[in-house]
Design a protein around this ligand. Structure first.
Ligand SMILES: C[S@@+](CC[C@H](N)C(=O)[O-])C[C@H]1O[C@@H](n2cnc3c(N)ncnc32)[C@H](O)[C@@H]1O
Length: 233
């Protein structure tokens, strides 16, 4: 729905489709996988309260609520506009693309820090029906009951995940590796190829704001990347 640092928006179609009726995103963020398969039974969990507040606000918002939100242009300060928390946080992400937290001042429509809010609100207003039935929880991945589902596991990366408000410093990757392997059902784990806590397959080279990285995947189910040409490794 909104722009978020590390979101899977550009590569979501590369991941295997869900084999189970329930989808769990234990590190939800902007939950691109759940949005793609929105009609399943969906559970989102994130430790960052802002993320959960936005999802919950969107879940009860009407199309009219979203369309009634003001445009924000370059230099506008949204602290000067009367908004509820959920709306302010949502707009705060959309006026400053790719951020780890909502911002207050509208940016320009230039390549970096893209402000897409004035268009986003039309798109978001048309997608609200997708999330009405979702379960959305504030908490840690480790609190979720193990259950048969498709688990789309996209934690802050071991190398590169330090910028999040709830970042990689609090994650024990050895434990997380065991936790991923012990999921009932299908586990799809996202990382980049610098990570060493599971045997990840490369998927796609990505140009970040400064460096290039290679997105990678681990899954307990066979997937297309296991059939990759050897010279690409
Ligand atoms: C890489 S982002 C997820 C991006 C998401 N897949 C998307 O498409 O937008 C990782 C998320 O994990 C959350 N997080 C960090 N530690 C967590 C924990 N222990 N339990 C649950 N969520 C956590 C962060 O707040 C962040 O939103």
């Amino acid at each position: 729905m909104w722009s978020y640092y590390g979101s899977k928006s550009k590569i979501i179609d590369l991941y295997p489709s869900p084999k189970f009726d329930k989808i769990i995103e234990p590190f939800a963020g902007s939950a691109r996988y759940a949005l793609k398969y929105f009609d399943r039974d969906v559970l989102l969990v994130d430790k960052y309260p802002v993320i959960v507040k936005i999802w919950k606000w969107l879940q009860q918002a009407s199309e009219k609520d979203i369309l009634g939100l003001p445009d924000v242009n370059k230099g506008d300060d949204i602290r000067k506009i009367s908004l509820c928390d959920g709306a302010r946080m949502l707009i705060g992400f959309c006026i400053n693309g790719g951020s780890v937290e909502p911002k207050n001042i509208g940016t320009d429509n230039i390549k970096r820090n893209f402000n897409s809010w004035n268009k986003d609100k039309f798109r978001i207003s048309k997608q609200l029906y997708k999330i009405r039935h979702w379960e959305i929880k504030l908490g840690s991945y480790a609190d979720i009951e193990n259950q048969e589902a498709t688990w789309f596991i996209d934690p802050p990366y071991q190398f590169g995940g330090e910028h999040y408000k709830e970042n990689n410093e609090a994650i024990d990757f050895e434990n997380l590796s065991d936790w991923c392997r012990s999921r009932k059902g299908q586990a799809i784990v996202c990382e980049n190829t610098k990570a060493d806590w599971m045997d990840f397959y490369p998927i796609r080279e990505m140009q970040g704001s400064v460096h290039k990285t290679v997105e990678a995947i681990w899954s307990n189910y066979p997937h297309n990347f296991t059939a990759q040409q050897e010279e690409l490794f």
